[in-house]
Design a protein around this ligand. Structure first.
Ligand code: IPM
Ligand code: MG
Length: 360
């Protein structure tokens, strides 16, 4: 049976990068004999304009029915001042939570060809291959109560809540350990257990889960130290497991080790490995419509989809190989440009990956 794939380009550069990812997906499906059927819908600001909400019920239903979802990016300054409950980001958070996509895999891999593009010294980042496992449907992003109010003295006040239940920690910890098991058997759990109650429970439960993985070496690190270590000596890390907000911050930070956030794909998986796949970067409204955005993170997200949701390892490997070949050819979008390379736009980069994949 054909795999149903829902495509949500979103806002800003979303439609430009998605057009390239779709080309690559269609070719990979053709080449490796996968039956796929694509459908398209809106999310975020685009959905707000079309449906009046950042995630329409019918879109959510389509996402539920799909075998996998490929997402561009959401957000933009034109929606900064609308009702916060209708902001584009709320649509993204809702689809993550409604589909139970709690396991977010964010690999930060330095392509050797890009060692010069990183702002860190090549020797610090060369060979870098980190996987951040971020909890995606709990913590401070979703905790209730959250409120903005006016105090009796007339002062405005706002607060959020950071709850984690044992089962939420356990299931994300398991993903961390499972990933560590098939990599270098080292897992670092990042928390703020010296201050936060939720982090104290996090550490306790991760330790308990660790009993079931005696072959994996578990360490714990406070998030402030982890942020420092990531730029001081990033290669000490292999798999990092952490909560929703720390994972958000550390994954952006890790992306810069690889040269550009434009290179980072992600997978968000539910309990059955059904998933949504998206680049880690945002909608980059400042460069939207100019045809200069880097489509590689979205193309690599297609590869993650084939690998994790459809177990099409050969097709996934081939896409990654094609990306690497294009970098070998010296093609670079602006964000990863360095001396001696040739600067290309979004479509030219996508076409080059397609050509490389064809010839594999
Ligand atoms: C990400 C993004 C989102 C997040 C935003 C757009 C809500 O930054 O996927 O990292 O904070 O999770
Ligand atoms: Mg983020």
């Amino acid at each position: 049976m054909n795999k149903q794939i829902l495509i949500l380009p979103g806002d800003g550069i979303g439609s430009e990068i998605m057009a390239e990812a779709v080309k690559v997906l269609e070719l990979a499906a053709d080449k490796f004999g996968l039956g796929i059927e694509l459908s398209f819908d809106d999310l975020g600001g685009a959905a707000y304009e079309r449906y009046g909400v950042p995630l329409a019920d019918e879109t959510l239903e389509r996402a539920r029915q799909a075998d996998a979802i490929l997402l561009g990016a959401v957000g933009g300054p034109q929606w900064d001042t609308i009702d916060p409950a209708l902001r584009p980001e709320r649509g993204l958070l809702k689809i993550r939570s409604q589909l139970g996509l709690f396991g977010n895999l964010r690999p930060a891999i330095l392509y050797p060809q890009l060692a010069e593009a990183s702002t860190l010294k090549p020797e610090v980042v060369s060979g870098l291959d980190i996987l951040i496992v971020r909890e995606l449907t709990g913590g401070i992003y979703f905790g209730q109560p959250r409120e903005r109010r006016v105090l009796e003295n007339g002062e405005r006040q706002a607060y959020d809540t950071l709850p984690y239940s044992e089962s939420e920690i356990r299931r994300i910890a398991k993903i961390g350990f499972d990933m560590a098991r098939v990599r270098s058997k080292k897992l670092c759990s990042v928390d703020k257990a010296n201050v936060l109650a939720s982090s104290q429970l996090w550490r306790e439960v991760v330790e308990e889960v660790g009993q079931e993985y005696p072959d994996v070496e578990l360490s714990h690190m406070y998030v402030d130290n982890a942020a420092m270590q990531l730029v001081r000596a990033p290669k000490q890390f292999d798999v990092i497991v952490t909560d929703n907000m720390f994972g958000d911050i550390l994954s952006d930070q890790a992306s810069m080790l690889t040269g550009s956030i434009g290179m980072l794909p992600s997978a968000s998986l539910d309990l059955n490995n059904k998933g949504m796949f998206e680049p880690c970067h945002g909608s980059a409204p400042d460069i939207a419509g100019q045809g200069i955005a880097n489509p590689l993170a979205t193309i690599l997200s297609v590869s993650m989809m084939l690998r994790y949701s459809f177990s099409e390892v050969k097709a996934a490997d081939a896409i990654e190989k094609a990306v690497s070949l294009v970098l070998d050819q010296g093609l670079r979008t602006g964000d990863i440009m360095s001396e001696g390379c040739r600067k290309v736009g979004t479509a030219e980069m996508g076409d080059a990956v397609v050509a490389a994949l064809k010839n594999l």
